[in-house]
Design a protein around this ligand. Structure first.
Ligand code: TYM
Length: 385
């Protein structure tokens, strides 16, 4: 097996800081195989449904497509043993819709299983990996936390762990992880070279800690399930090797594909405002971005579109609509209308713009509410039962 997350082919690169944007379903199959993750097959989906009653659309659509040891989480849960969820965000700018994907899914898991959730905010990470200063990161940290909490996580069971604010708790555990990671394995997994700063080599130890922190604090083994998109997998592949050496369970994970950028290629990046939909975009700019820049799976002319139909699967507007429309039947209907040529690209874009604007309006209202009691969500060991 090829250990190095960075080493795919020239076109297919997957590390926490680079993901080739033109990944197709077959590429994802290969990545899952090479990374040693399992596909979420029908049998596993049925097992999930057995506990949750229904399946989240991201599971039905294959957006969350792979896992590691999810079966062990479900075994424990089925036997009345608790588990907890862990996910995170590395603030470096405004959040876009892609960043929300794991959080939307995590919220569903939290609601269905009624479990604790640790949200790690790695406000040290991007300082080490990008050219950004600490003041800017600090500003984005506050903003991003509110954006995430505006999704409506259970306040009693949600614990926001900010690296710089909880360093006492993190550091002593991170060094336990660091002791087992050699620089050659960090190079192999992340593709570092001798000219990378040494903070980068250490950083993965910090991201590993929340995956066993609850077990450490409670003095009992509690399984941890981590939802994330494929770019984060190298961290957890390494963490799974090390954490059992500290006497804890290997963390489990559930892994999603990447949402491509608005323009269909290139990364969504805050330096290019038109590369994605950002959470603070106003209704007018959302509509304009979609109309002007969104990559379309439709035909060049309305006539051709009516005759041959579109390819919704590669269409940005359809894909985002599908993420936000909870009514599965409605999504199927729009897919068929668009595919068959009954619907034109402009109509698809307009429908997506309405859906996005409706979603962002709800987030804005919620954000105002959570901003009043954000401190009650902060990580505090005493809050865990
Ligand atoms: P960050 O801030 O780069 O991304 C936050 C989460 O969003 C996912 N993601 C995407 N998902 C779908 N489509 C996209 N275009 C897209 N872009 C980003 C990421 O996989 C991530 O889940 N190091 C992490 C922060 C972190 C973390 C964690 C993430 C700390 N602990 C535990 C997941 C789980 C980071 O910088 O994520």
């Amino acid at each position: 097996m090829n250990l190095r997350g960075a080493m795919m082919t020239d076109k297919m690169e997957v590390t926490p800081w680079t993901v080739s944007q033109e990944l197709k379903d077959t590429d994802y199959d290969r990545i899952a195989d090479e990374f040693g993750a399992k596909r979420l097959n029908d049998e596993m989906l049925e097992r999930i449904r057995g506990f949750t009653g229904d399946l989240h659309p991201f599971l039905k659509y294959g957006i969350f497509f792979a896992h590691r040891d999810l079966d062990l989480i479900l075994d424990d849960y089925g036997n009345g043993k608790r588990f907890y969820l862990y996910t995170g965000r590395g603030p470096s700018g405004k959040m876009h819709l892609g960043h929300l994907l794991p959080f939307l899914f995590t919220k569903w898991l939290q609601d269905k299983f009624n479990v604790d959730l640790i949200i790690q905010i790695t406000d040290d990470e991007k300082y080490l990996f990008r050219d950004i200063d600490q003041e800017d990161i600090s500003r984005y940290t506050d903003e991003n936390i509110l954006d995430i909490l505006s999704l409506g996580f259970n306040p009693d069971r949600t614990h926001v762990l900010v690296d710089s604010q909880h360093s006492g708790l993190l550091y002593n555990n991170a060094i336990k992880v660091a002791r087992y990671i050699t620089s050659s394995s960090a190079k192999a997994v992340f593709g570092f070279t001798d000219s990378d700063n040494i903070g980068k080599f250490f950083f993965t130890s910090i991201q590993a800690v929340p995956a066993f922190l609850l077990s450490e604090l409670k003095g009992e083994d509690i399984r941890c399930l981590i939802p994330y998109a494929i770019d984060q997998d190298p961290h957890f592949k390494l963490a799974r090797d090390v954490i059992p050496k500290l006497g804890y369970y290997k963390p489990s994970s559930i892994i999603s594909k990447f949402i491509p950028s608005l323009k269909g290629s290139g990364k969504m990046s805050s330096s290019d405002q038109n590369s994605g939909i950002y959470l603070d975009d106003d209704p007018k700019s959302v509509r304009k971005k979609l109309m002007k820049y969104a990559f379309s799976g439709g035909r060049d002319t309305a006539e051709e579109q009516r005759k041959y139909g579109a390819n919704p699967d590669i269409d940005f507007a359809f894909n985002v609509y599908r993420l936000l429309e909870e009514n599965y039947g409605k999504v199927q209907k729009i897919h068929e209308e668009y595919r068959s040529g009954n619907m034109l690209s402009g109509e698809m874009k307009s429908l997506a713009a309405d859906k996005i604007n409706e979603f962002l309006a709800v987030l804005r209202t919620n954000k105002e509410r959570v901003s009043k009691d954000v401190s009650s969500y902060m990580f505090d060991p005493a809050r865990f039962e």
